[in-house]
Design a protein around this ligand. Structure first.
Ligand code: ADQ
Length: 468
């Protein structure tokens, strides 16, 4: 079996069940690397005054972790800049928040070049290289420039935007051309793969050579949809740990006579937190008979604080939850609680288990792993109900959830009412269908599908080169 080199912006070595970890990418890669002996390469998370290219190597849980520090200006232009002020908002359909700044673009290219140069000496001829996410789109181009001939795959964890949005990016063609230096490009859903294909046909004069094989910019690339999953078995088992039980029992004791509605997200404008609060507010107003029977807990872990739009959202959410509690609170009850801490995975499992409703309403989301975790943590004999945004990639696999448009407070309100009053038999039937999918299309299935396709991709390319 070839060795696997995983490249991602941040490197979070695999940890134990109880480890704190925020970000679906970290969770998924930790599980993937447990099985393949290989190298995980990326940024250390530290900045230094001037870039040295000094690699720091260590062994963690059978995985070689290789990290490099970034220069302060790299961090501003590449990470806070192009990645999180340009690509993240644009790919989540927030053109209004997208910054078009040439220095960000230059910083982005520079860091990708630096990453490639630092990684180059570690690459052996048979290695498969798997690059992750929007921070590192030009990575293959930089590695090819350095003579790397290995199979290189790319997986995009976030949505691929519609063609008309993509062209608002001044350097859109160069960015897309860079993806043609990969052997395989994976998306979360068929919808994103289709959006990518439409762009290639319309803007780059490309063609579909065969199903899943595109030709443009004088090169071919395999593309496909690889919906990411969670380590479902591990998550379901975690519900029985002491920490999970403790959290579960605390929440149950706290919500006695009330039904708990839970949301767990990074504090990010793409997650639709404001719209969720407004939907909950509508529910409270529309259902005087039910409203005192519920408590909503939103865990919203602060992230990317250096980006202004992330500070703004926190202020707006505080104001909104103040308004809702001010309007509806009683002597012994506040309907909405929003906490900004990070919790251990086993604590989250206990929290999910205690909740009668999982409310997952992003405005755009590549996949959304919280929806899957919520399902995995439920009691099969008395499961809660998942309410899921149609704009989460997960909605394609989780049709048995109550699917809502997160922009409609009325739809959220009605779905909450339906979930809270749903008969046990219907809850069990829906949950079984959801859990079946979460179990079947788990993180191992995702990893195996991608790695198998990557291992096969250069042959497909070579075969194509011979026939064209
Ligand atoms: P994220 O945008 O980070 O991931 P998501 O898929 O929901 O979103 O994953 C979040 C992860 O962080 C979950 O595992 C969750 O348990 C954890 N988490 C969130 N808040 C936490 C808290 N307060 N304490 C502890 N853990 C917390 C990106 C894309 C997604 C895609 C994933 C994986 O934006 O669309 O699903 O990558 O590809």
């Amino acid at each position: 079996m070839s060795r696997l080199i995983v490249v991602s912006n941040r490197v979070n070595p695999p940890g134990g069940k109880g480890e704190e970890s925020v970000g679906g990418l970290a969770m998924a890669l930790a599980a993937a690397l447990r099985e393949y002996s290989g190298i995980w390469f990326g940024w250390s998370g530290a900045t230094v005054p001037a870039f040295t290219g000094q690699l720091s190597m260590r062994r963690v849980d059978g995985v070689t972790v290789a990290t490099v520090d970034l220069e302060e200006s790299d961090y501003d232009e590449y990470y806070n800049g192009y990645a999180n002020k340009t690509l993240w908002p644009l790919f989540h359909y927030r053109v209004d928040l997208t910054a078009y700044d040439r220095t960000f673009d230059e910083g982005y290219q520079r860091v990708n070049r630096r990453f490639a140069e630092t990684l180059r000496p570690l690459i052996e001829p048979d290695d498969l290289i798997w690059v992750h996410d929007y921070h590192l789109i030009p990575m293959a181009r930089e590695l090819r420039r350095l003579g790397v001939k290995n199979r290189i795959g790319f997986f995009l964890h976030i949505p691929w935007p519609a063609h008309q949005l993509m062209v608002t990016l001044p350097s859109h063609k160069a960015l897309v051309a860079a993806l043609f230096d990969y052997d395989l490009v994976g998306f979360q859903t068929p919808e994103y793969a289709t959006a990518f294909t439409e762009y290639v046909l319309a803007e780059a004069g490309g063609e579909v050579v065969s199903p899943g094989c595109l030709k443009a910019f004088g090169r071919t690339v395999q593309i496909g949809a690889f919906p990411i999953g969670i380590d479902a078995a591990d998550f379901a088992e975690m519900v029985d740990t002491d920490q999970a039980r403790l959290t579960h029992d605390r929440m149950v004791a706290h919500t006695v006579f009330r039904k708990l509605i839970v949301g767990v997200d990074r504090l990010d404008y793409s997650k639709g937190l404001e719209e969720r609060f407004v939907g909950f507010e509508r529910f409270l107003a529309d259902n005087p008979d039910l409203r005192r029977d519920v408590l909503m807990v939103q865990v919203a872990t602060v992230s990317r604080e250096a980006v202004d739009s992330y500070q703004d959202i926190r202020t707006r959410l505080d104001a909104l939850s103040g308004r809702i509690n001010g309007e509806h609170a009683d002597l012994d009850w506040n309907p909405l609680r929003c906490v900004n801490s990070t919790y251990r995975r086993d604590q989250l499992a206990g929290l999910y288990r205690a909740a009668k409703v999982g409310l997952v309403t992003p405005l755009r989301d590549g996949m959304n792993l919280v929806a899957k975790e919520y399902v995995a943590a439920q009691d099969p004999a008395d499961p809660g109900v998942l309410i899921l945004s149609r704009f989460a990639g997960a909605a394609g696999q989780m049709a048995s959830a109550l699917i809502v448009n997160p922009n409609s407070p009325e739809e959220i309100s009605e779905a909450l009412k339906r979930a809270l009053t749903m008969p046990l038999a219907e809850r069990i039937e829906r949950w079984r269908a959801l859990f079946d999918n979460v179990q079947r299309e788990d993180v191992s299935a995702w990893r195996d599908a991608f790695v198998t396709a990557l291992a096969a991709s250069d042959k497909a390319k070579a075969a194509h080169a011979l026939t064209s």
